[in-house]
Ligand binder design. Structure first.
Ligand code: COA
Length: 170
């Protein structure tokens, strides 16, 4: 069974193992796993603080959720509570990733479905989700979850265009 939880000590070992898999692919490199394994509490505090930041032109509050498969970390989703100019242009409300060993099993579709429920709980009725034009998996996930393409835009310093989708949450 798949479900979302807030980041939790319960999943420390599998979060680290899953993130190590992603880092082997060059993803999630902003997580310093040596530091995190020594002081997991600091990571949890950071996620907690992110939810409560004040909205400024550069930052918005954000909630993180982990997708759990049985008792194992399978991926994560970030939900921005609001949009600033950059997020409106190409970042969107929701970002997600599935750890490499759990891919191609429908977990991507499920993490976004569950994330939309979290967005609704936060009071959002419509969210922006974006992906690179060449990210076939992600664009299928967005369309499966009701994404309507608004446009495809060029992004400064990026070789790949971004697809911008809106999802109405019933
Ligand atoms: C993109 C990502 C989330 C897909 O996760 P996933 O769990 O493999 O996705 P799913 O199993 O739900 O697959 C959804 C659909 O995309 C297809 N798909 C998934 N990965 C694919 C790939 N690399 N190439 C082509 N199609 C792909 C699946 O076959 C499925 O197609 P279907 O609807 O025809 O059955 C995952 O590869 C990932 O985390 N990538 C790195 C981070 C990232 O790109 N995040 C999204 C940022 S917008």
């Amino acid at each position: 069974m798949l479900f979302l939880v807030e980041p939790s000590l319960t999943y420390k070992d599998s979060f680290i193992a899953g993130t190590r898999e992603s880092q082997a692919e060059g993803l999630e490199l902003f997580f310093n796993l040596d530091k995190i394994s020594k002081d997991f509490e600091a990571l949890l505090q950071l996620f907690d603080a992110n939810k409560r930041v004040k909205t400024t032109p550069d930052r918005v509050p954000m909630s993180d959720f982990w997708l759990i498969d049985g008792d194992e970390y399978a991926g994560r989703l970030s939900l921005r509570h609001t949009l600033n100019d950059a997020l409106l242009l190409w970042g969107g409300h929701i970002g997600y990733q599935i750890r490499p060993s759990k891919r191609r099993r429908g977990y991507g579709k499920e993490i976004l479905r569950l994330g939309l429920i979290k967005a609704k709980e936060l009071g959002l009725n419509r969210v922006l989700v974006t992906c690179d034009e060449d990210n076939t998996g992600s664009l299928k996930i967005i369309e499966y979850n009701g994404g309507k393409l608004e446009n495809i835009i060029e992004v400064k310093d990026s070789p790949v265009r971004k697809m911008r989708y809106w999802i109405d949450i019933p």
